[in-house]
Design a protein around this ligand. Structure first.
Ligand SMILES: Nc1nc2c(c(CN[C@H]3C=C[C@H](O)[C@@H]3O)cn2[C@@H]2O[C@H](COP(=O)(O)O)[C@@H](O)[C@H]2O)c(=O)[nH]1
Length: 306
């Protein structure tokens, strides 16, 4: 995760379309008075949880598909999390590695009770096949074995996922430099931490090294709070719902500056209060408020990473 932090800082330092405003960070930290509003993992009550390895399998499948809902204006992350939960409750073997490798678009759509093709449905299916195949080849078919192989290190988990599952390699090249954002791999570690309350499969000695998950909600929330400032061209692209190309300077800056800004916010909280906070906690607070503001304009990029 050091790579995520250092490359996000590189982008923030030579950014052209997005500025991280230190005064905005100061204001937010003052307003929350060093207390991040506490949001419970699964505050929505939509996730599967049974305290065992099947929950790990569920979360890995969930985060394999945890991207790009906005092209269908009625679809949201909640539909995915609750649809997969119901499917698992009805059939405990639905996410077995051999079955993941055979999923079709129509089956996934039916499973989620979605009446039309999902956004990037062919990519979702390709990624499910990849996950089923590699889980079977290297981890006895079980996401729980993948987690256990990482010895309570979230950093090792992210690195292991990125090395085994190409679909999780959330990298970009920006001004000639490779930038690491790892949204879905990191959120899997955070989901384990949140669901298992830091115990068992959710115990990580280095959870503080996880950054925020650079999606399309957190940047919008940071902009609303005055932490991110956009160039007038970028602001008008976002406000008019025009698409931003994956890998473009604008897109990488939106994501990387969000990571950098929240790391700065976290440092400032520590300086002001002496308290250590986790980026995972800041992320859940920002995200939960962001999704409760559906009118918040967010950037639109077709991407398998977020
Ligand atoms: N940064 C960040 N991004 C997150 C999540 C989550 C859900 N995390 C669960 C963990 C605990 C809670 O109980 C949550 O349920 C989804 N997303 C992203 O949001 C977008 C979906 O938006 P909309 O189209 O409006 O549904 C999409 O990019 C999706 O990948 C998060 O926590 N942090």
């Amino acid at each position: 995760m050091e790579q995520v932090k250092s490359t996000a800082a590189f982008v923030a330092n030579c950014s052209s379309h997005v500025v991280v405003d230190s005064a905005g960070i100061e204001r937010v930290v003052e307003n929350i008075q060093d207390k991040i509003p506490k949001i419970e993992w699964d505050f929505e009550g939509i996730h599967y949880f049974d305290d065992g390895p099947l929950t790990v399998q569920y979360l890995f499948v969930l985060d394999t598909l945890n991207f790009c809902f906005w092209p269908d204006k009625d679809l949201s992350y909640d539909d995915l999390a609750s649809g997969l939960k119901e499917a698992l409750q009805n059939d405990k073997s639905v996410f077995d590695a051999d079955r993941l490798q055979k999923f079709t678009g129509l089956q996934l759509r039916n499973l989620l009770k979605w009446p039309r093709p999902l956004p990037l449905e062919d990519e979702r299916i390709r990624l499910l096949h990849e996950v089923g195949f590699e889980l079977e080849r290297s981890f006895g078919g079980k996401a729980s074995k993948l987690v256990q192989s990482c010895g309570k290190s979230a950093a090792k988990l992210v690195a292991t996922i990125a090395s085994h599952f190409p679909g999780f390699r959330d990298h970009s090249v920006y001004k000639g430099h490779q930038i690491f954002l790892y949204k879905r791999a990191q959120i899997f570690a955070a989901d384990l931490y949140g669901a298992f309350k830091g115990q068992g499969y959710g115990e990580f000695n280095d959870i503080s090294s996880v950054t925020i998950f650079a999606d399309y909600i957190v940047p919008a929330m940071l902009q609303k709070l005055g932490v991110l400032k956009y160039s007038s061209t970028l602001a008008s692209i976002i406000e008019s719902n025009n698409e931003i190309v994956s890998g473009s300077e604008e897109e990488v800056e939106l994501r990387a500056c969000s990571i950098y800004a929240v790391e700065k916010m976290r440092d400032l909280i520590t300086v002001k209060s002496g308290k250590q906070v986790l980026s995972v906690e800041l992320d859940l607070w920002l995200w939960a408020y962001g999704v409760q503001n559906p009118s918040l304009p967010h950037h639109r990029t077709l991407s398998i990473y977020y």
